[in-house]
Design a protein around this ligand. Structure first.
Ligand code: NAD
Length: 330
């Protein structure tokens, strides 16, 4: 296990104010794109083995309501990634004026279709549709986004569940980068039900139940955490995971030397001079990488992991459903 705070940067290169260590090293960039590629390769192999045993390909159905350009791009990328690992993928395009009742009926058909293993309802939904109602309507066995209340409840109780893809991707990044979490101080910035909250749950659990215990001491910060408190908590943290969508929220004077910084945030900003747009995270990457021990870039950090974990969840759902159908002799 790599130890946090184990720095070897030369004194001349060290930009840490009043640094007591003589030798330090630059932050290791956690390459989410590369790690996600490795995972996809492993999953391709897993799907091949599954098919060699006489099973059909796992099947993922994406439900896209309306034509929001960002949602269309997200769904297209997910479906491409699915095809790449050998998962059959179908996108169902539904009109933006579909009623909640019609959408519920459509989801029920997918729930009852034995050829469908995973259902993904791309969010956000049009305002007249209640997202919680829709997420709860997706069968928890096929809920590859992990947003159904039963899966959320199971995650909170540290029981086997389909876990939301971004939190699962963050956990996998930590594991594959050998970041020590046991007994470490972790700060999660952002408390949303789909991102910040499940990340906090995964980080604090112990290893005595169904899930991989990470055993960190977790502090959750949010929009009403006073900035001076946010700084104080972050400065003590061995691991900071930020998911706010607020660019430049985490600055270099807020982090502990050698800490691990995982940036989930993605915001598209426009350069006032060139008018060009680019994606940024919540972290002042350039300055924080001088101080951190590990850091994820944006783009190329958590984003690719989210897509990879969707594939993971689809394969898991397919296998569990097969087992369930076998047990029920269907
Ligand atoms: P959200 O708007 O639901 O939640 C944002 C959270 O940030 C809230 O809990 C809020 O309290 C907190 N927050 C806002 N301002 C803050 C401040 N000044 N200080 C501390 N906390 C503050 O958003 P979300 O769905 O949780 O997504 C968060 C970010 O993560 C967004 O940028 C989103 O695009 C990104 N995201 C990335 C991926 C990925 O795959 N990389 C996946 C999902 C979301």
């Amino acid at each position: 296990m790599t130890k946090i705070n184990d720095c070897e940067r030369s004194e001349a290169d060290c930009k840490i104010e009043n640094c007591s260590k003589k030798i330090r090293k630059m932050a290791k960039i956690i390459d989410g794109k590369k790690i996600a590629e490795e995972i996809r390769k492993e999953m391709k192999e897993e799907v091949n083995q599954w098919i060699e045993k006489g099973n059909r390909r796992p099947q993922l159905t994406a439900v896209l309501v309306g034509s929001d350009p960002a949602s269309c791009v997200y769904v297209r990328n997910k479906m491409r990634a699915a095809a790449d690992v050998g998962i059959d993928s179908i996108t169902k395009n539904l009109p933006s004026d579909i009623t909640e009742k019609q959408l519920l009926e459509f989801i029920e058909e997918l729930n009852n279709d034995n050829n469908v293993d995973g259902i993904l309802v791309q969010l956000p939904l049009p305002e007249h549709i209640n997202e919680r109602t829709i997420c709860n309507a997706v069968s928890c066995d096929k809920d590859v986004d992990g947003f159904n209340e039963k899966n959320v409840g199971r995650l909170c109780l540290d029981m086997n569940a389909l876990i939301p893809c971004t939190p699962l991707g963050v956990q996998e990044l930590l594991k594959r980068s050998n970041i020590e979490t046991f007994g470490k101080k972790a700060v999660v910035v952002g408390r949303s039900k789909n991102v910040g909250m499940p990340i906090s749950m995964l980080l604090h659990v112990d290893g005595r139940n169904d899930t991989d215990g990470m055993d960190a001491t977790v502090t959750i910060c949010h929009r009403f955490t006073p900035p001076e408190d946010l700084k104080m908590y972050c400065k003590q943290a061995d691991i900071i995971i930020t998911a706010t969508g607020v660019p430049n929220l985490i600055k270099s004077d807020m982090i502990k030397p050698g800490a691990c910084i995982i940036d989930v945030g993605i915001t598209r900003i426009t350069c006032p001079v060139t008018g060009k747009t680019k994606l940024v995270g919540d972290v002042d990457f350039e300055n924080c990488k001088e101080i951190a021990g590990w850091i994820t870039p944006v783009p190329g950090g958590v984003g690719p992991m989210t897509v990879a974990m969707l594939m993971h969840n689809t394969i898991l759902a397919a296998k569990k459903l097969k087992e369930k159908r076998n047990n029920m002799n269907i």
